[in-house]
Design a protein around this ligand. Structure first.
Ligand SMILES: Nc1ncnc2c1ncn2[C@@H]1O[C@H](COP(=O)(O)OP(=O)(O)OP(=O)(O)O)[C@@H](O)[C@H]1O
Ligand SMILES: [Mg+2]
Length: 303
């Protein structure tokens, strides 16, 4: 049995003439780290706001845990969406006491969640003295209060430096390992690739892709190949069934593979044609490119 946590059916949200969320169907299963990926203004925050009951959709519906949204099942969801509502002159513990009061949960969970996010040593410092990364971690600590099954994060690494990004990413991954389901909005493909198991790509409120991150990558495999005789390599490989297209870059040939083909198969084919590949790597930028292509295609359709 698939354990579906969230289902949305044709969600629509209109702001005047702008359609922020456009007929969105979305499914999230238990244990997923589900990224909502899209450029600025693509409707990520609006979608999360609807799911949390902060924004009312114009059309469509959704279910949490297979039932209608209610205050009761809302308690099973922690979120950083409405943050930061923290008081600058209060310390971390006192801020979390206020959140606990609002949520109606006791103070026992405060120390453990502060330890969980690595803020315990700074728990008595005022919020206004926290770095941006620490503020984000306090927001995550607040979301963890009450031990919710699902966590919703909106751009959790926004504005952080590379070290801060890595720390938050690790924290999210470790929370997921505890069996929580996570839904997070991001405009960074790299972040989604490193953190999420599943992704829904949005553009102008529309869903362009939804599925496993690994499938999204596999659909666009580009390999960088270096060998002594590039010309004969290109000639041979363009007759290979796994070949989609190629381009030359920096003395290497970038070969886009068709679905179902992998770099090992390319290597074996080249070898069978007496071509020795000296360099072969999967191009990291390919996913980024695929993402941008997907957005551009959609852009063209709309015009
Ligand atoms: N309260 C509002 N009133 C009018 N328009 C709004 C409002 N909130 C959002 N929008 C519009 O809805 C669209 C989607 O906005 P949203 O904030 O959901 O995007 P986002 O994907 O979260 O963007 P970002 O990456 O910048 O956070 C945008 O065109 C935005 O201008
Ligand atoms: Mg947003």
């Amino acid at each position: 049995m698939t354990d579906i946590i969230l289902n949305t059916f044709g969600l629509v949200k209109q702001y005047g003439r702008i359609t922020a969320v456009d007929s969105l169907d979305l499914s999230v299963c238990r244990g997923e780290v589900h990224g909502i990926l899209g450029p600025n203004g693509s409707g990520k925050t609006t979608t999360l706001g609807i799911l949390l009951g902060v924004i009312k959709q114009g059309n469509g519906s959704f279910t949490w845990f297979d039932s209608e949204p209610s205050a009761l099942n809302r308690r099973r969801i922690g979120s950083t969406l409405e943050m930061p509502l923290f008081y600058p002159y209060l310390n971390g513990v006192d801020n979390l006491k206020i959140v606990s009061d609002i949520r109606g949960c006791g103070y026992d969970a405060i120390d453990p969640v502060l330890k969980r996010v690595g803020l315990y040593d700074r728990r008595t410092s005022r919020f206004k003295t926290y770095s941006l990364g620490m503020k984000q971690r306090l927001a995550i600590a607040a979301a963890l209060l009450g031990n919710p099954e699902v966590l919703i994060f909106d751009e959790p690494t926004n504005g952080l430096d590379p070290q801060g990004i890595a720390e938050i990413r690790q924290l999210i991954i470790s929370i997921a390992h505890e069996g929580k389901t996570i839904i997070m909005a991001s405009h960074l493909l790299d972040e989604v690739q490193k953190t999420c198991s599943h992704v829904t790509v949005l553009s102008k409120g529309k869903r362009l892709y939804s599925g496993k991150v690994s499938e999204f990558i596999r659909n666009d495999l580009t390999v960088e190949v270096g060998c002594d005789n590039l010309d004969s390599m290109i000639q041979e490989v363009s007759a290979w069934p796994g070949y989609d297209h190629h381009e030359i870059s920096g003395g290497m040939v970038l070969i886009k593979l068709k679905e179902g083909y992998n770099p090992g198969m390319l290597n074996a084919f080249a070898f069978s044609k007496h071509i020795v590949i000296q360099h072969l790597s999967i191009r990291n930028g390919s996913l980024e490119k695929h993402f941008l292509e997907l957005l551009n295609e959609n852009h063209e359709i709309n015009h």
